[in-house]
Design a protein around this ligand. Structure first.
Ligand code: FES
Length: 136
């Protein structure tokens, strides 16, 4: 379930099902993003510009800024799939992933597909590869 955090100027949307727990947000702007406290997003910890800039660096797209609804015709580009060392497959976004049941998941940002076999959110990576010490 998505969660929203706002300071009245910008609204950050967190999609936990997309998060690969890279913690780039916490390392980049720890005064706002701190997974050790609840709520883990403190919108008073930085300026709107700082928050937006950090959200833009989220590698999985789990963090985003609430925007107007995008057109269904958003462009989907074809780009090379990348195997990340000791981690998932990176599918450059925007992209569409067709699931086993035929449904399609559209991603505005990169998608990360589990390569270690331990994700509880298959086919997507949930960061379990780190805990399991996956190498490859
Ligand atoms: S590669 Fe990340 S959970 Fe499997």
């Amino acid at each position: 379930m998505k969660k929203k955090y706002t300071n009245g100027d910008v609204t950050v949307v967190w999609s936990p099902d997309l998060c690969i727990h890279s913690e780039k947000c916490a390392r980049g702007l720890g005064s706002v993003f701190n997974p050790d406290v609840r709520p883990w997003v403190n919108m008073d910890g930085g300026t709107s510009a700082e928050i937006s800039a950090q959200v833009a660096k989220c590698p999985s797209g789990a963090l985003s800024i609430l925007e107007e609804e995008k057109s269904e015709d958003s462009p989907v580009h074809s780009a090379p799939v990348q195997v990340l060392a000791d981690g998932p497959l990176r599918i450059p976004g925007p992209c569409v992933i067709t699931l086993i049941d035929g449904t399609e998941e559209k991603r505005e940002k990169d998608a990360f597909l589990c390569r270690c076999g331990h994700s509880a959110k298959k086919p997507f990576c949930d960061g379990s590869h780190k805990r399991e010490g996956f190498t490859g």
